[in-house]
Design a protein. Sequence first.
Length: 284
Amino acid sequence: MGEEVSKAVLVTGCSSGIGEATARRLAKSGWTVYATARRPETIAGLQQAGCRTLALDVTDDASMSAAVAAVEEAEGAIGVLVNNAGYSQSGAIETVPMDAVRRQFETNVFGLVRLTQLVLPKMRAQRFGKIVNVGSMGGRLSFPGGGHYHATKHALEAISDALRFELRGFGIDVILLEPGLITTEFGEAASASMAGVESSSEDPYAHFNATVGAVTKGAYEGPMRRLGAGPDRVAKVIERAITRSRPPARITITPSAKFTILARRLLSDRMWDAAMRRQFPQPK
């Protein structure tokens, strides 16, 4: 590869958590980092950390196109794309309004696919690129009350596997991350997502949904935190992966992810459901 190859990094969802930690870490290590968020005022502080900031809404095609065009005009191409933007929509499948379901998929899946499509032509032209998809251990299993979120992360497993084969011949690597419990605002946001879920005094899912919210929040505030990690742990994994000439295709992060994925693989469906009934009341 010659000097004309761009290794500029575009990171989505940088207003907090994994995205912010990744942008800061890579900029500190000397990478040219374009940190993005839907509301640019939320990432103004990253400029002092050495990042260049852009507005980018992964649910808006024009916004994604403009951000990619801006980076390509300045750098020639995007060398590394970190698809991090995402959130969790909680609630029993029947109770989540369809507009909320669509927002979940637009943010977690369709935006990621479209942004990847936008950066690929220039990546292919320079025959170098790294695409990091921030998935979840939730792409390998499902917890009750998280069906829509898990569906998006299962989708990233399939998309990443397909992309890895389709792009390798162009010199582009695809890396899927599967973090477990990461101590960010994610848990509180997931619990807050229940606010728009249909509920009434006669709702057969009322107790179940309330428990889902409480269990989700509790996982991030209770003893389970010890099996998790901070967002900089993921940022460190990302930096290591994009630096390698042949990075691993799939990286599981945190003890909580490794233990839970192993447990799901070993337990039958009936055994897994029985384990879930110890944490969640079964609607009936």
